[in-house]
Write a protein that binds this ligand. Structure first.
Ligand code: HEM
Length: 373
């Protein structure tokens, strides 16, 4: 939900739709939204709050920024002491982080009291707690819900959005792959409804396309550094306890022995005889990190990608925009050089409903708040 989200929003030019293209992924994913926020404007107060908190996150995620990471004893220094800038920075940034944790959550509580809350994870957590009547509504439980939803919002929105951007870029560049996925969706889902999670097992090509999106565009190319807690020996090399390891996830995704022609977008590499081939290295094994700090939102991210990718392809055609000479604009797969998260560079595409029936399906989607399990 940072400024990155505006790239696609500004650049897409939906032809038959009068709405901004940003409403497409948002409305389709509304049922599993964290706060049930309907964001229509980049100046939205919740976007600004998320951007400020994301800036803090990016600043503190640079390994070695503070000496206290190497010498934890320094945490006992008073804030005014030289070398204790981590304490001064923490105090300076605390309001931004607390705003992220509290503002949207307070809004959910307010809307629940008024009976106007949209379906969301925050609302479900609160509702379930109230129904269970266990320790429902206690301060500590509510604190936990605020922490869960706040961290999910901070870590899950930009990462998932980067993958969704990569999907739109891949579809703009590879109409043939798009058509194959649409043919599969037409056969399995049919014209009278949008795809549901229960369709997933019957959609091998769509699943392969999602895996290829995760591989082709690495959201966290150098992963998150980890420190070994014991001596390790790998292929005859000793990795002593306390070594900081930087997992080169980008290289894992570009490994020619696992993925011939790694620069090409080829969902077929994950298929054999029309089914997913389990012997091909699954990008989900590295795209979400490693060990006990592996991304806890990976199943959520994968499910989000499935429902967004399948719904968008079922209802829309994605095509290059047309230049002044009436020719389709040629795109290149370029990504930003950010240290932590990588995004496709801004690009233009045109998104049009595949039919008036498809448009009606989207316009009516989820109006009753229904979710397919
Ligand atoms: C395409 C989407 C996503 C990608 C590529 C991604 C990737 C990652 C990676 C590489 C890590 C670092 C793991 C490590 O330390 O080795 C991570 C951590 C994390 N992710 Fe995700 N993530 C995504 C979506 C999400 C979502 C949707 C959520 C929450 C709903 C989430 C929550 C988290 C949290 C809380 C951490 C920190 C875990 C810890 O430090 O213990 N992520 N993610």
């Amino acid at each position: 939900m940072s400024s990155r989200t505006t790239n696609l929003r500004k650049c897409c030019k939906p032809v038959a739709f009068s709405d901004s293209c940003s409403t497409i992924p948002t409305s389709l994913s509304a049922t599993f939204d964290i706060y049930g926020l309907e964001i229509t404007d980049h100046n939205d107060k919740y976007i600004r709050i998320a951007e400020k908190a994301a800036d803090v996150y990016i600043k503190i995620s640079v390994p070695g920024r503070y000496l206290v990471e190497t010498f934890p004893i320094l945490r006992h220094l008073p804030a005014w002491f030289p070398g204790a800038s981590f304490k001064r920075d923490a105090a300076k940034w605390e309001p931004d982080v607390l705003a992220l944790r509290n503002a949207a959550f307070d809004n959910v509580k307010r809307e629940m009291a008024q009976g106007t809350a949209l379906p969301s994870i925050a609302a479900s957590l609160l509702e379930n707690a109230l129904q269970e009547k266990s320790s429902a509504g206690t301060i500590s439980q509510e604190d936990m819900f605020r922490n869960i939803t706040g961290i999910a919002y901070l870590t899950g929105a930009d990462t998932t959005f980067s993958s969704v951007q990569a999907f739109f870029l891949a579809m703009t560049m590879h109409p043939d792959k798009q058509r194959l996925a649409q043919a599969e969706l037409d056969a399995v889902v049919g014209p009278n409804r949008l795809p549901a999670f229960s369709d997933r097992a019957a959609l091998p090509y769509v699943n392969a396309l999602i895996k290829e999106c995760f591989r082709w565009h690495n959201v966290v190319p150098l992963g998150i550094p980890h420190e070994t807690t014991a001596d390790e020996e790998i292929n005859g090399w000793l990795i002593p306890k306390g070594t900081v390891l930087i997992p080169n996830q980008w290289a894992m995704a570009r490994d020619e022995t696992a993925y011939p022609n790694p620069e090409r977008f080829l969902p077929e590499r994950f298929l054999k005889d029309g089914l997913l081939n389990p012997s091909v290295r699954d990008p989900q094994k590295y795209a979400f990190g490693f060990g006990r700090r592996i991304c806890p939102g990976r199943h959520f991210a994968d499910a989000s990608m499935f429902i967004i990718v399948s719904s968008v392809l079922h209802a829309f055609d994605i095509a290059p925009s047309i230049d002044a000479r009436g020719q389709p604009v040629k795109l290149e797969a370029k990504v930003t050089a950010d240290l932590l998260l990588s995004y496709p560079e801004p690009f233009e595409c045109e998104i049009t409903p595949r039919s008036s029936n498809a448009e009606a399906l989207v316009r009516n989607a989820g109006l009753d708040g229904s979710v397919d399990a």
